[in-house]
Design a protein around this ligand. Structure first.
Ligand SMILES: C[C@](O)(CO)[C@H](O)COP(=O)(O)OP(=O)(O)OC[C@H]1O[C@@H](n2ccc(N)nc2=O)[C@H](O)[C@@H]1O
Ligand SMILES: Nc1ncnc2c1ncn2[C@@H]1O[C@H](COP(=O)(O)OP(=O)(O)OP(=O)(O)O)[C@@H](O)[C@H]1O
Length: 327
């Protein structure tokens, strides 16, 4: 079967969104080392596209685009923390292998990632690629994996991967992998301020442990007031309801981000928030026009990797099949 499939010319492209955390409450580490979370995820309009085709072995290539499209990112001198591995360590390849293991089939694929989500930026770019690869290969090989099984495989690949499948706005509990869609009637606008260097998620969690009295931490829970603002689509109380428990730790590792926050407020943001484990900074805006103004002000203040994005957006979805548009 794998020999016959080797020359199959079909291609499937799946788009996957970046995520932000409107609420990220962290508890004391569990016995397995992971931290219990209560988080409110939102998928934002910044995407990686993953294209797959059947191949005789696993391979992956990455094209850096959008915020990432400059020679410092993709060139030989790139900061190793900002380029992704091109071997079996790439989480997209790990996703592909997990899917074929699940189905007990002997198949492999060539994977191309068109990457716009900041690498090691706290926006779950790797998780987006993993989720996109699962769905792309499932469609390519007509495996008909159930949603339940896709979510379970996703959870083995990383805590943020199940949410990338879901998209929209969702609650995340457990270590973040237990996801539940949340009502969100708002049309929100965020300005995403990317950084020149990445931050390691495990390091940020370790720093959180050092900075906090772990015995004093409460069991994390989802905040009813924030959930109400989202359900009503009301911006009034939202700025004060944003919370990220990892922000202090990330800022202690990257004190320069304080200046980015200051520039964000100066640019007129309603609120500034660290994205996940950072170092990307998020600026809450009132609408698309406001987001455009804030973006221009951030560019002028010396933050070229700044872009305005709407939220919430859909989770992973097929955008082309056989190289042509869907439908
Ligand atoms: C910061 C967030 O992006 C918020 O959504 C996530 O918690 C991180 O999710 P992720 O990158 O998918 O994380 P994983 O790949 O599952 O884990 C990477 C590392 O982050 C730390 N980690 C992650 C999730 C969690 N609930 N507790 C942790 O302590 C662990 O050191 C783990 O080894
Ligand atoms: N396809 C991939 N895309 C991005 N990073 C990858 C990929 N495969 C492996 N990695 C590695 O995973 C690490 C985390 O990258 P990623 O961009 O997902 O970070 P992040 O957005 O901070 O993650 P999170 O928000 O989920 O904590 C990087 O060190 C990167 O080299």
């Amino acid at each position: 079967m794998s020999q016959a499939m080797t020359h199959d010319p079909r291609r499937v492209t799946v788009r996957a969104p970046a995520k932000i955390n409107l609420h990220l409450e962290v508890g004391a580490p569990r016995e397995d080392g992971f931290h219990p979370l209560a988080t409110v995820y939102q998928a934002v309009g910044l995407y990686d596209d993953v294209t797959v085709s059947t191949w005789h072995e696993w391979s992956v290539q990455v094209r850096y685009e959008g915020l990432l499209a400059d020679p410092d990112v993709s060139g030989a001198s790139a900061d190793p923390g900002r380029v992704v591995p091109l071997d079996a360590e790439n989480v997209a390849v790990r996703a592909g292998r997990a899917l074929v293991d699940h189905h007990g089939v002997d198949l492999a694929a060539a994977i191309t990632i068109h990457k716009s989500i900041p690498v090691a930026g706290g926006m779950a770019g790797g998780s987006a690629d993993a989720a996109a690869t699962l769905v792309a290969l499932d469609r390519l090989w007509e495996l008909e994996t159930s949603d339940e099984d896709l979510l379970a495989i996703a959870a083995t690949l990383g805590s943020d991967v199940p949410f990338a499948l879901l998209g929209g706005t969702a609650g995340g509990t457990g270590r973040g992998e237990v996801v539940e869609p949340l009502p969100d009637t708002g049309s929100w606008w965020w300005v995403v301020v990317g950084s020149d260097t990445g931050l390691s998620t495990p390091l940020v969690y370790r720093t959180f442990d050092e900075l906090n009295d772990l015995a004093d931490l409460d069991e994390p829970s989802l905040p009813p007031d924030l959930l109400m603002s989202l359900a009503e689509g009301s911006l009034i109380a939202l700025p004060a309801q944003l919370q990220n428990d990892l922000q202090e730790a990330a800022l202690s590792l990257r004190p320069d981000l304080v200046e980015t926050f200051d520039d964000g407020y100066e640019a007129g943001a309603l609120e500034c928030l660290l994205s996940g484990s950072g170092p990307t900074v998020l600026l809450l805006c009132s609408d698309a026009d406001h987001a455009r103004e804030v973006t221009a002000a951030m560019h002028a203040a010396g933050h070229p990797r700044t872009v305005a994005v709407p939220a919430p957006v859909s989770g992973v979805h097929v955008v082309s099949y056989d190289g042509g548009p869907v439908g």
